[in-house]
Design a binder for this molecule. Structure first.
Ligand code: HEM
Length: 146
């Protein structure tokens, strides 16, 4: 296991906490906004946008790691290439689709109710997909050591 792979692995593994924090906080905020018929604020736009950026960074780090994982044929968690490709990469890409949907549709919607609705739907999909991606590598709290 090379030092660079280890470094990238730690960055990708650690960044999950940033992504999870944004996902949880923003989802709760927009679902409450939707249920309570609140007015869409600048803070809502920022939170949805930062969540998308945090998940995108996670995925970008993952893709760099994946390329190295493929070239060396094995990683740190003990998962196979098939498991990482099917059970980790695919749900992770669907998660970015979810956060992207949340950003795009909430921006274009005409009223607060629709903005909250689209943001909630996109983020709930993203939460479920991130949960699925994490389940493949040992769960939300997984911390493999080399
Ligand atoms: C929402 C997106 C993602 C999350 C939350 C996430 C989370 C994680 C976590 C927490 C680990 C390490 C587990 C541990 O420390 O034991 C990990 C490992 C890994 N992830 Fe991701 N990941 C995401 C997306 C991706 C993507 C898009 C790829 C690209 C295919 C990817 C590729 C990998 C690889 C190659 C490993 C290391 C496998 C190993 O060395 O055994 N991840 N991921």
């Amino acid at each position: 296991m090379g030092t660079f792979y280890f470094f990238l692995f730690q960055a990708h593994s650690g960044w999950r906490w940033v992504a999870l924090l944004f996902l949880v906080v923003t989802t709760i905020k927009v679902v409450i906004g939707w249920a309570a018929n609140q007015n869409w604020s600048n803070l809502d736009s920022r939170l949805v946008s930062f969540t998308n950026i945090a998940v995108s960074i996670q995925v970008l780090l993952g893709i760099f790691l994946y390329v190295m994982f493929l070239t060396q044929g094995a990683g740190i968690t003990g998962r196979s290439i098939g498991a990482i490709s099917g059970g980790h990469l695919v749900p992770a890409l669907l998660a970015v689709a979810g956060t992207g949907f949340a950003v795009g549709r909430s921006r274009r919607a005409q009223n607060s109710r629709d903005k909250f609705k689209f943001a909630s739907i996109g983020l709930i999909v993203a939460d479920l997909m991130v949960y699925g991606a994490l389940a493949t590598v040992g769960g939300i709290f997984a911390m493999a050591t080399s």
